[in-house]
Design a protein around this ligand. Structure first.
Ligand SMILES: [Zn+2]
Length: 244
């Protein structure tokens, strides 16, 4: 079904049977999620309808989700914002960046510059991957559909807001973090010293414990856009555990 048809179907379903779509495993979830949806519908944004499919999301003990994200990196002045990963601003010295388009030096040449991330939001690849993994585990639409850039609540916002919202949705469906395994892939800047702060942010935002969150970081062996410092990417695998 096309997403526009799905959206229309969701809106009609919600209008005809306003509470049927909230039923999860025979239990009607309440809490902040329900209030969030009510508020969103009343303001006419409607994007939260995507978070309440017409079918039941069964309360199986364990759900697994995967998330992937990639963002372009460019000289800081061009990107207009710093590299932010896991909620941490990655301060760094100028790096040898490959100028694939020849904007600063000859095409394919190396330009030494501090880097920034090119993105509509803050371009946080870890947070975006985790949010997609949570939604994926719950069979919900992807981050781009849920946090549409036309929705004034999300325009240009800090990605920690996406994490908080994803946590609320997860909790209201009756789940908590099982464990999270992050694989961050970027050539430079080096991020090893920032990993503890990233982990702390994830633990706090998802209200979990350090023993359930792992962050690995690796390079891309200097090949392709990630290896040439023109992008950074991230994979996340996580489990959601039924919160009994
Ligand atoms: Zn992203």
């Amino acid at each position: 079904m096309k997403s526009s048809s799905f959206l229309l179907y969701s809106i009609l379903s919600a209008a005809v049977v306003p509470y049927a779509a909230f039923v999860v495993g025979g239990v009607t979830p309440g809490g902040r999620y329900l209030r969030t949806i009510t508020a969103a519908v009343s303001t006419g944004t409607g994007t939260d309808d995507l978070l309440r499919p017409s079918y039941a999301i069964e309360k199986i003990p364990l759900r697994i989700g995967h998330g992937f994200d990639i963002h372009r990196m460019a000289p800081l002045a061009e990107a207009g914002q710093p590299v932010v990963i896991g909620g941490v601003v990655i301060d760094h010295l100028p790096q040898k960046w490959t100028d694939a388009e020849g904007r600063y030096v000859e095409k394919g040449g190396v330009y030494e510059t501090e880097l920034g991330v090119v993105a509509h939001s803050d371009g946080d690849v870890i947070y975006h991957s985790i949010v997609d993994a949570i939604f994926g585990a719950l069979t919900l639409p992807d981050i781009g559909q849920v946090f549409q850039d036309t929705d004034p609540r999300w325009k240009g916002c800090d990605s920690s807001k996406f994490m908080e919202h994803a946590h609320t949705v997860m909790a209201d469906y009756g789940y908590k973090v099982g464990n999270i395994d992050v694989t961050l892939i970027l050539e430079r800047p080096k991020v090893a010293s920032f990993k503890p702060a990233m982990k702390k942010n994830i633990v706090n935002l998802l209200q979990t414990t350090p023993g359930r969150v792992n962050i690995k970081a690796r390079t891309h062996e200097r090949v392709d856009s990630v290896g040439e410092l023109r992008s950074l990417s991230c994979h996340v695998v996580m489990t959601l555990e039924l919160d009994t």
